[in-house]
Design a protein around this ligand. Structure first.
Ligand code: 3H9
Length: 688
């Protein structure tokens, strides 16, 4: 039994217990249906409290059932059954009431929640719309404007805000079950509100739908579900309840089978599997109760902020007092930024900062569990840091380097207990970006590696294991992206056309705009180091721009010109002249959007395939996560390799051959077809 019924006088308590997140499996739906029948037939019951065991209220439809044949009772019918029950139901929410879970709560006559709870309809994040009346009941409860915001963004709403918006009827401090019983008992003595199906939708002004549609389309870029969700809310406002329900169901079923939904489902499963790689099953991570960061620059301060956000006490080590002060001031700016954006309260900001100790004294790290080095990218400097750490720190303390392109093996060479060392490659800004590349050396112990993954869970990051090579997974592919972008310029495309094409593919920014934002100097510095190693990096135009100190927005120009105080990229005659000069020997051709995209994305797939063949990445899914969380690859495309599989490897190989024949890309690598996935991602055919 996933559902049990208890009594407290004339109030029945229906409890769902379906770990881990009380999803609405067929068994739960059936048991809830049976409970509604039983309680309707029981004259001693006057109201019903619906509550859940475990960490959360119902988190939604059971995604594990996706792909199985639909089994009754279907969720829309169950919600209607609860809504039309003879006794009023009160949803008592802790954790999250999401998707189908919140739709069940909307079927209840009342909703109450503990202060830490949240409610939401996140279906658009899975490429679908709510399928059990969410878009039809929500505008009846809170009006079309707020309903639109919720269903088109999928963002959950925290309890207090939910109360002020009318999503829930009360926030209950203390014991939820007792609070719900008391609430139910007082409610039945008053006149009951109408069930949502019987209420009307408040009117909006004439321009609302058009204005909102434009805003949603801009935000969604090429994602289908948000606009389809908006259409459902509009239908709810303009048609009767049953017509709107049918429209929503039809939309839900259409989207459920779409490639975008398949891609987003793939990302959902992949993200949840990432923190627990099968090869580390049963390996116990070390306990992390305290941490230190060496280096308080942008990266070090970002890492320290991420550690503080996870509640760890942090020691920030710098080489002199002035640098300690700068580091602490960098951290202060980060917390002030979070405060300004309303992410944390003044008290929390103060508490976060108070948990950081700045020092120049390494001996203060003798009891620290984890030390992350984020100093200047110079091998000798880093080796010096680790030689000090390996004498000062406990033998079982985990020591990590945040290097982005030096070899961790060389950084760790000669340290004591090299089994406790690994690379933890954060992405900037480290307190914001989700991706964490975890890079073991040949000596890294499994427990150290497992600690890297456990840390990612603590920091709410997406961990991906990467082998050692120049750039690990992400920056190695980025190098190809940038080289291809320059090849396109040499072959007749403009920076504007390349950036526009990549934006239209779904990236937030094109490769040139992104370089102008981040600064061209870091890559120039890395190319210099590569040349010192005897390599010949390909960036002929970027090199010319850097020689002119055109480093991007910060220097007033890079690939584009910028007016003072204005970040709008403008055509640059200087850049156009440089391109024309460098392109003298290269045959010029016309480029359409699709060819530009292919000329950039398909060589990225080729590089990623090499990365897999070399076992620098263990799974195609890992590359998907790196691209989505580190480089803004469109989530709704499922990541680079999911996109490649959808496109067809044979077609991609043929396109790469064409580009290669024209000197525009490398030919496909050996074993190009070898990007098999470890886990089969079920294709949703129907359920719920
Ligand atoms: C929907 O409802 C459609 C309806 O409108 C229409 C129907 C007709 N089902 O994230 P966690 C598993 S669409 C089954 O690590 P947390 C997850 O795989 C759905 N399993 O925990 C993991 O398993 P494992 C709309 C689910 O505490 C375990 O639970 N709902 C589901 O960090 C723990 O997950 C959503 O999109 C599910 N729906 O976060 C909500 N959800 O341990 C999606 C999770 O084996 N879920 N699992 O790896 C979430 O946002 C988070 O899981 C939640 C908990 C906030 C609930």
């Amino acid at each position: 039994m996933t559902v049990t019924i208890e009594r407290n006088g004339d109030i029945a308590i229906v409890t769902i217990d379906n770990p881990p997140v009380n999803a609405l499996s067929q068994a739960v739906r059936q048991d809830l249906w049976n409970a509604a029948e039983t309680l309707d037939a029981d004259p001693s019951v006057r109201a019903v409290v619906l509550i859940c065991d475990g960490r959360t209220f119902i988190a939604g439809a059971d995604v594990n059932e996706f792909g199985k044949p639909p089994m009754p009772p279907h969720l829309p019918d169950l919600v209607a059954r609860i809504e039309t029950a003879a006794k009023p139901w009160v949803a008592a929410i802790h954790g999250s009431a999401l998707g189908g879970g919140f739709e069940v709560a909307l079927g209840c006559r009342f909703r109450i929640a503990v202060p830490s709870a949240s409610v939401g309809l996140p279906e658009v994040r899975l490429g679908i719309v709510p399928g059990a009346g969410g878009t039809v009941r929500l505008p009846r409860l809170i009006g079309p404007a707020l309903a639109t915001e919720m269903v088109t963004t999928g963002t959950p709403v925290a309890a207090q805000k939910a109360r002020s918006q009318g999503l829930i009827d009360a926030v209950v401090e203390g014991d939820l079950e007792k609070g719900a019983i008391d609430f139910a008992r007082s409610a039945i003595d008053q006149s009951l509100p109408l069930p949502l199906r019987q209420r009307g939708v408040p009117a909006v002004d004439a321009t609302f739908w058009e204005t909102t549609s434009k805003a949603v389309a801009t935000r969604a870029r090429r994602e289908d579900a948000p606009l389809r969700a908006l259409a459902c809310v509009r239908k709810a406002a303009e048609a009767d309840f049953e017509t709107a329900m049918a429209f929503e169901r039809q939309t839900f079923l259409e989207l459920r089978g779409s490639p975008q939904a398949a891609a987003l489902r793939h990302v959902f499963f992949t993200e949840r599997a990432a923190p627990r790689p099968p090869e580390l099953a049963g390996v116990e991570p070390r306990k992390i109760r305290s941490a230190a960061v060496i280096g308080g620059g942008t990266m070090g301060a970002g890492i320290a902020a991420a550690l503080r956000d996870a509640g760890l006490p942090v020691t920030l080590v710098e080489r002199d007092e002035a640098a300690v002060e700068r580091g602490l001031s960098n951290l202060r700016s980060i917390f002030e930024g979070s405060l300004k954006r309303g992410k944390i309260s003044p008290d929390v900001a103060a508490e976060r900062l108070a948990g950081v100790t700045g020092t120049t004294d390494y001996s203060q790290l003798s009891a620290t569990d984890l030390v992350i080095e984020a100093v200047f990218e110079d091998l000798d400097v880093k080796r010096e840091v680790f030689s000090r750490l390996s004498t000062v720190c406990r033998a079982d303390a985990v020591l990590a380097t945040n290097t982005s392109y030096l070899n961790p093996e060389q950084i760790a060479a000669g340290i004591r207990h090299p089994e406790r060392f690994l690379g933890l490659h954060f992405f900037s800004p480290a307190h914001v970006m989700k991706l964490l590349e975890i890079v073991p050396t040949a000596h890294t112990a499994p427990a150290t590696l497992a600690t890297g993954f456990a840390l990612a869970r603590m920091l709410n990051k997406i961990p991906v294991r990467a082998g050692i090579c120049d750039g690990f997974i992400g920056n190695r592919i980025l190098k190809v992206t940038r080289a291809q972008a320059e090849r396109l310029l040499l072959a007749g495309a403009t920076p504007q056309a390349v950036d526009a094409a990549m934006r239209s593919f779904g990236l937030p920014m094109g490769p040139f705009e992104a370089q102008d934002l981040g600064g061209l100097d870091i890559a120039a510095f890395q190319r210099k180091a590569a040349r010192a190693r005897g390599e010949t990096p390909f960036a002929p135009i970027a090199e010319r721009l850097c020689a002119l100190e055109r480093f991007g927005q910060k220097s007033g120009g890079g690939w584009y010109d910028y007016a003072k105080g204005d970040r709008t990229p403008r055509h640059s005659d200087i850049v156009a002249d440089i391109i024309a000069g460098e392109a003298r020997e290269t045959p010029q051709r016309e480029w359409d959007e699709a060819s530009i995209i292919d000329c950039i994305v398909l060589p990225m797939v080729n590089e990623a395939t090499k990365i897999l063949n070399e076992k620098v990445a263990l799974r195609a899914e890992d590359i998907d996560l790196v691209e989505i969380h580190g480089y803004g690859f469109p989530r709704w495309r499922g990541g680079l390799m999911h996109y490649a599989e959808g496109r067809g490897l044979a077609e991609i190989a043929a396109r790469l051959d064409e580009f290669a024949a024209n000197g525009l890309a490398e030919p496909p690598c050996n074993h190009f077809e070898n990007i098999g996935r470890e886990r089969e991602i079920p294709l949703e055919k129907g359920s719920n």
